[in-house]
Design a protein around this ligand. Structure first.
Ligand SMILES: [Zn+2]
Length: 73
């Protein structure tokens, strides 16, 4: 079964509401993201692996594939 992995996500800044379309790396997670609107440094919510899972419209590719990702804490 092949699931198409979406690699673009709409990141919504919780601070200023700025929405940016960002491309997600398929083999890594983005833990920090600087908002293009207000410049705040976003970090994932507790329990989320990356900013896309917390603030994006689409979870990151590893999550979409039910894979482990960046869980090297
Ligand atoms: Zn912002």
């Amino acid at each position: 079964m092949t699931n198409a992995v979406i690699t673009t996500s709409e990141l919504t800044c919780p601070q200023c509401g700025h929405v940016a379309i960002e491309t997600m790396p398929t083999d890594a997670c983005m833990y920090f993201y600087e908002c293009r609107g207000c410049g705040v440094m976003l970090k994932p919510a507790p329990g989320d692996c990356c900013v896309f899972c917390s603030f994006g419209s689409v979870p990151c590719p590893p999550i979409q594939q039910s894979r482990q990702c960046c869980s090297s804490r």
